[in-house]
Unconditional design. Structure first.
Length: 582
């Protein structure tokens, strides 16, 4: 009898891990003993090292209520991975609080944070040879940044939203941070006392979670379901509810199923997925920021998507959910009616949503709807969720305007009259601060068209959101008789005739750079028009005299991204491999 041992008996280094998994490169074989030693220092054992390595990307931070609880959400996902035979590895990344940076120079960091989040998660996944990802998100730019990272790595991934804040109570009514921003304008107008504003401030945000209305975070969470990157029904459970932690544990389980089935974002995301995402955005009155982020996600996924398609889908898809900022209801109200799936079901039944699109569970949208325990369609409240046959508005909320002021398009979300037509004199400002001062000092007049330029992706840089200005305008009673246009962005909480993402931006010589005080500007929603009453020859003459501004930043992260950002019309992407021609 031979005394020779089998290879398995000879060596303790012969593992059982599937060699198709990237982590095989750092856990298997004698030459990886140093690598395993590092893992063992963190408490991982042989069973862990033979399991799929799942990265839990967690942007928890104490700088925003949107993210302050994410360690708990991430832990539930970690438990889900661990309990189902995976090796969870948690790592962190940054976040920026849009609400806290709003109205300051710091808001220029917001869109840049989307890119930094995507870059950092991609780097960790690539550098540490992770097998899969659960990407956790709270504040606005976390969500697209995490989804971009999943697309780039193309690892089996589940997107996990941290959930929405509950509404606060003020004078017997539900309120959100939107009401506080608008209260600033009402106070400046002398129509709210200092004590009332103080009381509103103290009660609007009662705990952890992302802003409660259908603002950017809740919009992108809803879109994650429509894209198939998150399970149906996962967006709406509140941040501090047990249901949220159930969603997180299920995400940990689902990601291992995706590993087993080798189901990757590239097999989920199709043109139909993005059409579904747009249909949801326009049907629920979602944030204008979703236009920018969906264009960026499509560019990362190599899916051909143009800004014009948002308008095409909005024309055929009615608005059937009336949520803040246009309405009064918040995400928790939608959750109590069954969440986003009740809206998806109505769109699928009406032929406005691709039910055969794939999801991260390995089932289609329609199959997922059949799996869920939803209220009967006739039992869904008609108070703010309407039917396709009898919608809140005949068309969706997102409009793409073009004209001689926006040859490459501009974005508007209808929160009021969808037949809005306005022509008035331009009041031109070279940045947000000057415009805010003008509004706060009471100079605004009925009929004005406020133009804020040099706030685009390159010119800002970073394309600031300007909820402070828009809320002050609305708070002073000018929601219907003053328009605003900018090459920057708006918060998802913005309401009124506010036109953003004007492209080309001022910094590259777009027509918005040529506007002068007193020019007659037209905003026409039915005709999808954004124009100035000047001939092509007059605009060209002004262009001949135009000179670009000096770069506002010459070093550091803002200077770097000012050079990298593409046009808002293409998603303001910075990834060279995804960037389309401006």
């Amino acid at each position: 009898m031979s005394n020779q041992q089998s290879p398995e008996e000879q060596s303790p280094f012969a593992g059982e891990k599937d060699d198709r998994l990237p982590s095989h490169e750092v856990t298997e074989g004698a030459e990886r003993a140093p690598h395993r030693a590092m893992f063992r220092a963190m408490g991982f054992d042989d069973e862990d090292l033979s399991s799929p390595m799942v990265g839990i990307a967690n942007p928890a931070a104490d700088i925003t209520p949107c993210n302050v609880h994410l360690d708990d959400v991430a832990q539930a996902a970690i438990d889900g991975v661990d309990d189902n035979g995976g090796m969870p590895i948690e790592f962190g990344t940054i976040t920026i609080s849009d609400a806290i940076s709003m109205g300051t120079e710091g808001m220029k960091a917001s869109l840049i944070s989307r890119e930094v989040i995507a870059d950092s998660v991609e780097l960790v996944a690539f550098g540490e040879r992770l097998d899969a990802l659960v990407t956790v998100a709270g504040c606005d730019k976390n969500l697209p940044g995490m989804m971009m990272a999943s697309i780039r790595t193309d690892l089996p991934s589940v997107f996990l939203y941290g959930g929405s804040i509950m509404p606060g109570q003020h004078e017997g009514r539900d309120v959100t941070v939107q009401n506080v921003f608008e209260g600033v304008g009402t106070y400046a107008e002398g129509k709210m006392s200092a004590d009332e504003l103080d009381d509103l401030e103290r009660h609007a945000c009662p705990g952890a979670g992302s802003c409660g209305g259908m603002f950017t975070a809740n919009t992108m969470a809803s879109i994650s379901e429509a894209l198939g990157l998150a399970p149906l029904g996962s967006a709406s459970p509140p941040a501090e509810s047990e249901e949220r932690y159930d969603v997180a544990r299920r995400a940990g389980e689902a990601v291992l199923e995706a590993v087993e089935n080798d189901l990757r974002p590239s097999e989920i995301l199709t043109k139909e997925s993005f059409e579904n995402a747009i249909a949801i955005q326009v049907a629920i009155g979602g944030s204008t920021n979703a236009v920018l982020h969906l264009l960026a996600l499509a560019a990362e996924a190599d899916v051909d998507l143009s800004i014009e398609e948002f308008d095409e889908i909005s024309r055929r898809t009615p608005k059937i959910a009336n949520l803040q900022p246009g309405g009064t209801k918040v995400m928790n109200d939608l959750h109590e009616q069954g969440g986003l799936p009740v809206v998806v079901r109505r769109l699928v039944d009406a032929g406005l949503f691709h039910g055969d699109a794939m999801t991260v569970t390995g089932r289609t949208i329609s199959e997922e709807l059949d799996q869920l325990d939803l209220p009967a369609d006739e039992d869904v409240s008609g108070d703010f969720i309407y039917t396709v046959d009898d919608p809140y508005q005949e068309e969706g909320a997102i409009k793409i305007l073009t004209g001689n002021l926006a040859p490459d398009g501009a974005v508007l979300k209808v929160t009021g009259d969808d037949a809005f037509h306005h022509t008035g004199p331009a009041r031109v400002f070279e940045g947000e601060e000057d415009a805010m001062r003008y509004v706060q000092e009471g100079h605004i007049e009925s009929g004005d068209v406020i133009c804020i330029r040099n706030e685009g992706p390159k010119g800002g840089p970073g394309m600031r959101e300007m909820l402070g200005v828009t809320a002050a305008v609305v708070g002073q009673g000018h929601e219907d008789d003053v328009a605003l246009l900018t090459d920057g962005r708006f918060s998802g909480a913005t309401r009124g005739p506010m036109v953003g993402h004007v492209a080309p931006e001022a910094a590259v010589g777009g027509p918005i750079a040529l506007l002068e005080d007193g020019d007659e500007v037209t905003v026409d929603i039915p005709e999808r028009e954004l124009s100035v009453d000047l001939s092509d020859e007059a605009l060209e003459a002004r262009k001949d005299d135009w000179e670009p501004r000096d770069a506002p930043y010459t070093s550091g992260v803002l200077a770097k991204y000012a050079n990298d950002f593409g046009s808002a019309a293409n998603g303001a992407v910075t990834n060279p491999g995804a960037k389309k021609q401006d």
